[in-house]
Write a protein that binds this ligand. Structure first.
Ligand SMILES: Nc1ncnc2c1ncn2[C@@H]1O[C@H](COP(=O)(O)OP(=O)(O)OP(=O)(O)O)[C@@H](O)[C@H]1O
Ligand SMILES: [Mg+2]
Length: 1019
């Protein structure tokens, strides 16, 4: 249901309807005509329009129809901020606006998933095109887009200046009057982004190409080209800048219009054409056609002595041939001759002077008209049509009554009859549907059904269009007057049809003999039949379809000429296109914008009552209001109604918890509504008279001060209570804190529990921020007495954690290194002077490169692999002669090697001990059994890496506990049970020499102790 959906936003949430229309009613009329007390009074209707117009409130609703009065001045109501105001807001929430209608239509399309259309109607100059542009702009700005869609939006907007240049003209009523009907589909994808568009054009006023009334102009493009085109372009087109040089531009004697800048508009068109996909060549061909129309207008004829017609302006034919890309002589002949078929044979016969002039004009109209249709098709191709949800915009000419009304006015007014019929049908239908949905009995509405007039025009065989067709197709000489006679014969006596002959005296005086009068729903119009029946274009067509200009060859199809069937008459074409339009509109959910022109002089602030009354009448606004008000003036969903008026009833205020319908029923009973005044549907309340609603609204207004006081005092009381509560809690807290502090050293008890908990909590919070970050960091916040034990647990736990984490990160080679360092520490820490220096240096896998070890030695070792090698100095036990050696550690023994020869093998199992001094020298004594000849006794070695060598040797030989560190001297055994001694003293530099009493004296360098934690840090 339409209204139901209108009040539900995209999320399906029911919005609160603020009914600002009601509160504003006293200020400037009513925002919705439905609320007019005297809805049958045209005067009251117009007065409401006038009051609002005076305050620049140009928009008013009739239910969901938007009535718009042209302000003829720029109003500050179309900004981006205004667009935002109306976005996603319900129809009745804020003041009426074209954006509200655009937004509601858009949301209805998205939520109901039904195609929509907005029908904009009104007389020329009422603001239809402006309204359609505002709607388009609203969608371009507010709908979601991406780059591709932005380009499309740009094309949609840019198609406007091009269509306006070719299809709009200055008329007496509007400086930028659309001289064609336009229906535009804007296509949206599933996200609601505009993705395409399509335009249908209707009945361009082609007669304007060759003739304009005084004070009017031809289509804008001609003047734009002459004013804005550069000299080179005009030269190419053989044009002069002065519009007075062209017959087709001087009929209205009005080449310049103060409100229009042809130069700027020309620039806009030239900028827009490439945007909507025109190539340079296409632009040139298009301009060739525009120029050729001007040259056609300047083509003049003369009459020969024998009555034959000839062309007097041959240069024009040359220009035309060049611009249109046709054969000059063929064109000349086509303009002065016609094709006749007599007794089955085709003959070419000359045209009279008048016939030649009208053939020329007919060609100009056909060329321009078909080019315009091509232009629309071209724009459509650039708008990329897609199957998607659609909002259609119909900007169609309003009902027209001129002094001389021709066939074109007939078509225009016929179109308006059809739209009125559709409007009434759909409005009634939607009303009826709503009543049905709500379970309310339908009350018949009295309205004028204009079907009788539509039938008069379009009925098969009997309608005006059928008669016109028959007349055009009839063999032999046909003319406009014979058509009129035929009309009189067939339609005489129809209540909506009169001619001069059929009319009574008074009417007859107001009509000429060439006119027929139709009594339209909007008023009477006399139509002149002159030019209604006209001949075809066969010869011209033949020339045009051979044109080099691709636009023309596309517009004039060869098949059309070859096919002997007579083409469809213009009226039938129009009727068929109207039928299609009606089908399109019927398949969509319609919204309406009814535009009204406040005065004929395009002045801001002037409200011409007579003119407005006339439009109110022929737009059928009173009819519309009557239909809308036939049953009930006002309807609203229960929740919205209850939400607004619940303060008026003690049972519904502040909240109603039962069923909505019961709440509304309780409320209206309390308000004293009588049964005739309202009805409750399934989801809405219907109120018959505005008065009932206004009384309710007044009651609400009166109630407001009381409600304000109640709400204020409630709110203030609550605030004061909250403040007092907070103070009480704060005082209580302070008190507990002080008491807790006094009892802080007591056992955990009621008095100190808060304080101790707080202290604990604070300590833990502080600890969390200050935990040590590395295993070497031994800092730890000092705990308060109540958490000392927990703190210690946590400290250990945290350290354990860090150690685990640290160990997990250690690589296998580092682990091996660490283990060796740990063993070294166990042996040497605080025992040997040069141990601290060794801590920071890594133990290497070997101190010898593989190539430094003799291959022979490796072969001799066989399966025993060398695990570590180091250069050492071996001292003889007797005489202490130093000898360079390599100490190689294998898995089960070590060897001392002199280049390629193994000098001594030291089995690990046989090692009795390893002695080093406590000083910083590199002496090592390996104690071996003397009795075992194989082992050759103790070995005295000197090595620069004593800590590393001893550690590795001790570990490999599993003799860690056999390392002996002597402070002063080391004893060693010599052959035959003798004993030797090595003395160690500190001195300025390292020295190993024979000392007194046959001892070996080792002078160790004095070293300062250095901290040894670096290595750990490195890990
Ligand atoms: N909302 C508006 N705000 C300001 N000016 C407006 C507004 N609507 C219309 N006008 C003015 O009125 C002029 C005529 O409007 P518009 O061209 O839209 O009329 P129309 O109904 O399309 O007429 P036609 O049937 O001749 O094409 C505009 O050029 C503009 O100056
Ligand atoms: Mg217009």
């Amino acid at each position: 249901m339409r209204y139901q959906a209108r009040e539900v936003d995209i999320d399906g949430r029911v919005r609160l309807v603020m009914e600002s229309a009601l509160t504003a009613r006293d200020r400037v009329g009513v925002q919705d005509f439905v609320l007019l007390e005297n809805y049958n009074s045209e005067a009251a209707f117009i007065e409401n329009l006038r009051r609002r117009f005076r305050e620049n409130l140009i928009y008013t609703y009739i239910g969901s129809v938007l009535v718009s009065v042209n302000p003829y001045k720029e109003l500050e109501i179309y900004s981006k901020q205004q667009m935002e105001r109306y976005r996603g807001v319900s129809f009745y929430e804020i003041s009426p606006h074209i954006y509200a209608l655009s937004d509601n239509t858009y949301r209805a399309m998205r939520t109901e998933r039904k195609d929509q259309c907005i029908l904009i109607s009104g007389e020329s100059g009422a603001g239809k095109t402006e309204a359609s542009k505002k709607i388009l702009l609203y969608y371009a700005v507010t709908c979601p887009t991406n780059d591709h869609m932005a380009a499309l939006g740009d094309r949609l907007l840019q198609s406007n200046p091009v269509l306006e240049a070719f299809g709009n003209a200055k008329t007496l009523r509007n400086d930028n009057s659309s001289r064609f009907g336009k229906y535009m589909d804007v296509q949206f994808d599933f996200r609601g982004a505009p993705v395409g568009g399509h335009i249908l054009n209707y009945l361009l006023e082609k007669s304007r190409v060759v003739h304009q009334n005084h004070g009017e102009r031809n289509f804008h493009i001609f003047y734009q080209l002459l004013d804005g085109g550069d000299d080179d372009l005009l030269n190419t087109l053989d044009l002069e800048r002065n519009p007075h040089s062209y017959h087709y531009l001087v009929k209205g004697n009005c080449p310049r219009v103060s409100s229009i800048s042809d130069k700027n508009n020309w620039k806009a068109v030239m900028k827009a054409l490439p945007v909507i996909g025109f190539s340079e060549e296409e632009v040139q061909q298009l301009l060739n056609i525009v120029a050729s129309v001007l040259h056609l207008g300047n083509t003049q004829f003369g009459e020969g002595e024998e009555g034959e017609t000839y062309i007097t302006t041959e240069t024009q034919i040359t220009n035309l041939a060049k611009l249109l890309g046709v054969d000059g002589s063929a064109l000349g002949e086509a303009l002065t001759h016609k094709k006749l078929t007599a007794k089955g044979e085709e003959m070419i016969s000359p045209l009279s002077f008048e016939q030649a002039v009208s053939a020329r004009d007919a060609l100009a109209k056909a060329v321009y008209g078909r080019t315009f249709t091509w232009l629309v098709e071209k724009i459509n191709r650039s708008l990329a049509r897609k199957d998607s949800s659609v909002i259609g915009l119909l900007d169609i000419y309003g009902f027209e009554v001129l002094q001389h009304n021709s066939f074109e006015q007939f078509c225009i007014n016929y179109c308006n009859e059809k739209l009125q019929q559709l409007f009434i049908e759909l409005t009634l239908r939607s009303e009826q549907e709503e009543y049905e949905a709500e379970g309310i009995t339908w009350e018949t509405v009295q309205y004028f059904d204009n079907k009788i007039i539509c039938d008069l025009i379009e009925e098969k065989h009997k309608g005006i269009i059928s008669i016109l067709n028959e007349e055009c197709l009839r063999p032999g000489e046909t003319c406009d007057l014979s058509f009129l006679e035929k009309l009189e014969d067939t339609l005489g006596g129809h209540p909506h049809f009169v001619t001069h002959k059929l009319a009574n005296g008074k009417t007859r005086r107001a009509m000429s003999r060439e006119e027929f009068r139709l009594l339209h729903y909007a008023g009477e119009v006399n139509y002149n039949v002159n030019g209604t029946v006209h001949c075809n274009l066969t010869l011209d067509q033949l020339v045009m379809c051979q044109s080099d200009n691709q636009i023309l060859s596309h517009c004039f199809r060869r098949e059309e000429v070859i096919d002997q069937k007579r083409p469809e008459m213009a009226a039938t074409q129009f009727k068929n296109s109207l039928m299609k339009l009606m089908e399109i509109l019927m398949s969509k959910e319609p919204s309406y914008v009814r535009c009204i022109k406040p005065n004929d002089t395009k002045q801001p602030g002037r409200f011409d009552e007579v003119l407005v009354r006339h439009q109110v009448k022929y737009l059928g606004l009173m009819e519309n209001l009557r239909v809308r008000r036939a049953g009930f003036a006002y309807r609203r969903r229960f929740e919205a109604f209850l939400q607004r008026y619940k303060p008026l009833c003690p049972e519904t205020w502040p909240n109603w918890h039962g069923r909505l319908i019961d709440g509304v029923s309780t409320l209206v009973n309390h308000l004293g509504y009588v049964p005739e005044e309202y009805k409750l549907g399934r989801s809405k309340i219907f109120i018959r008279f505005p008065k009932t609603l206004f009384n309710t609204e007044d009651a609400l207004e009166a109630k407001k001060p009381e409600m304000v006081i109640t709400i204020q005092s409630g709110w203030r009381g609550m605030k004061a209570r909250r403040r007092a509560n907070r103070r009480r809690q704060a005082a209580d807290l302070i008190r507990r804190f002080i008491k807790g502090f006094i009892y802080r050293h007591e056992e955990y008890c009621l008095e100190n529990e808060y304080f101790l908990d707080h202290v604990r909590y604070s300590f833990l919070k502080n600890l969390r921020k200050n935990l040590p970050k590395s295993v070497l960091d031994k800092s730890w916040p000092t705990p308060p007495p109540s958490v000392t034990e927990a703190s210690e647990h946590l400290r250990r736990l945290h350290m354990k954690n860090m150690v685990i984490k640290y160990c997990r990160r250690v690589q296998p080679e580092w682990k091996k290194q660490m283990m060796q360092k740990v063993v070294a520490s166990g042996i040497f820490k605080d025992q040997k002077d040069n141990y601290p220096q060794s801590v920071g240096r890594l133990f290497l896998d070997s101190r010898l490169e593989p190539e430094q070890i003799s291959l022979k030695v490796i072969q001799t070792l066989g399966s025993e692999k060398v695990q570590y090698g180091v250069p050492v100095t071996k001292y003889d036990r007797r005489g202490f002669k130093p000898r360079p050696r390599q100490l190689l550690l294998a898995n089960t023994f070590a060897v001392l090697v002199d280049r390629t020869k193994i000098k001594q093998r030291i089995d690990y199992t046989a090692v009795r001990g390893i002695s080093v001094s406590s000083l910083s020298d590199g002496m090592i004594v390996l104690h071996m059994p003397n009795e075992d000849n194989k082992q050759k006794g103790d070995a005295i070695l000197h090595c620069n890496h004593v800590i590393e060598v001893v550690t590795k040797l001790a570990m490999m030989a599993s003799k860690v506990n056999y390392v002996n560190i002597s402070p002063g001297s080391i004893r060693f055994t010599m052959p035959r049970g003798k004993e030797g001694i090595i003395d160690f003293v500190r001195g300025p530099e390292l020295k190993v020499a024979k000392g007194k009493r046959g001892h070996l004296l080792v002078v160790s360098q004095q070293l300062s102790r250095i901290a040894t934690c670096y290595l750990l840090v490195c890990f």
